[in-house]
Design a protein around this ligand. Structure first.
Ligand SMILES: [Zn+2]
Length: 366
């Protein structure tokens, strides 16, 4: 009982009682617990808990004991473990407690078509136990909670893997639309749950395997940036993702999947290369669900599909048309800054294209 209470007596100390120290309830002659004295002063359940603590038969001086370690000695490892435990108990509504995946969903996730290290990684994502800056800051292991790459938003799991501009470029480079509805910390878990339930086991193992593999590479790229003091390179990351995908399956053509609308999962489109020797910029937008910023992304590729440059911007977007136009503008600015004028710019929004190439005055809302 005392162990459960952190070695504290749970009942308050009654006033005007003679017991103040441990030695007050030890018989000075026998060196054992003074049960008679205790029975008069201490509630019976507390007394039983105290009596379970063995006393030394030989006289020895008192010493401090770290009861979290079997040998009674303090170690940094055990201290860190306890600090983490205390901290997590103090943080209410952490994602791992606010939304948990059901056993059935986990069964599907463990069957994902991905290497074990990726499955393991996705388990960490869904439990929100990755060492993101947000999590480290909560546990007082980091000075701040800001993303080490963009340095302007809190590095949650969602931000790190999906919302950070460089991560956006990687998803874009893999022809997967960035998550449009990930806005809160831990919403990747809810999204995973939705996807598994909407797609069913077979499709989910394939699709989530791919998502997890891409996210794993983003995590790896982020760690190289932080620990090896390198730079993030979306193209290098996309190349290693493709390499892994070739190893996993024989699928070479990457399809575009509407990540933020599971009902459109089957909708695919193939990237059309520009003429040999030419470049092409693709634009896209990830709309926010409410209030917050969306993402406008533009990616420049050569005729072989190799990514040459990219830009991703967080922006307040009022409509899908406005977002698409912003992405086209971001693409044009990127091309201008590179001194490129003869480049094909592609968007999947016909109205945005029409407005961009004509002299029409856009609607006031745009
Ligand atoms: Zn960031």
């Amino acid at each position: 009982m005392l162990a459960r209470n952190g070695w504290r007596i749970s009942t308050p100390k009654p006033a005007n009682r003679a017991i103040n120290k441990v030695e007050d309830v030890i018989d000075a002659k026998t060196g054992q617990w003074d049960t008679q004295k205790m029975s008069m002063e201490i509630p019976v359940e507390v007394m039983h808990a105290i009596l379970e603590i063995p006393l030394a038969h030989v006289g020895r001086t008192d010493q401090l004991v770290w009861h979290f370690n079997p040998n009674g000695c303090y170690s940094v490892k055990s201290g860190y473990h306890i600090a983490l435990q205390n901290q997590s108990e103090k943080v209410p509504n952490t994602p791992e407690t606010s939304f948990k995946l059901e056993k059935e969903v986990w069964k599907v996730l463990w069957k994902m078509k991905a290497p074990n290290k990726v499955k393991n990684f996705w388990w960490h994502v869904c439990r929100n136990i990755l060492a993101t800056k947000e999590n480290l800051f909560k546990r007082r292991c980091a000075k701040d909670n800001l993303c080490p790459i963009c340095d302007c938003e809190v590095e949650t799991v969602d931000h790190m893997l999906f919302l950070c501009p460089w991560a956006n470029m990687v998803w874009f480079g893999c022809n997967i639309k960035p998550f449009g509805d990930l806005r809160g910390n831990g919403s990747a878990v809810k999204w995973t749950d939705d996807m598994v339930k909407v797609l069913g086991t077979n499709k989910a193992t394939e699709f989530m395997g791919r998502v997890a593999a891409i996210a794993w590479h983003i995590w790896k790229g982020r760690n190289d940036f932080v620990f090896k003091k390198g730079t993030v390179n979306p193209q290098r990351t996309v190349d290693s993702i493709r390499h892994m995908e070739r190893e996993i399956s024989s699928i070479h053509v990457i399809s575009t999947v509407q990540m933020d609308n599971p009902l459109n999962q089957e909708e695919t489109s193939t990237w059309r290369a520009p003429d040999v020797g030419r470049l092409k910029a693709n634009c896209d937008v990830a709309l926010p669900k409410s209030g917050k910023k969306g993402k406008a992304v533009a990616m420049l590729r050569n005729w072989k599909g190799k990514m040459m440059e990219g830009v991703a911007r967080s922006v307040h977007i009022a409509s899908s048309l406005g977002g698409e136009l912003y992405a086209i503008r971001a693409a044009c600015e990127m091309l201008l800054s590179l001194g490129l004028k003869e480049v094909e710019v592609e968007s999947d929004n016909k109205q945005a294209i029409a407005l961009s190439v004509s002299e029409l005055v856009p609607p006031w809302s745009v």
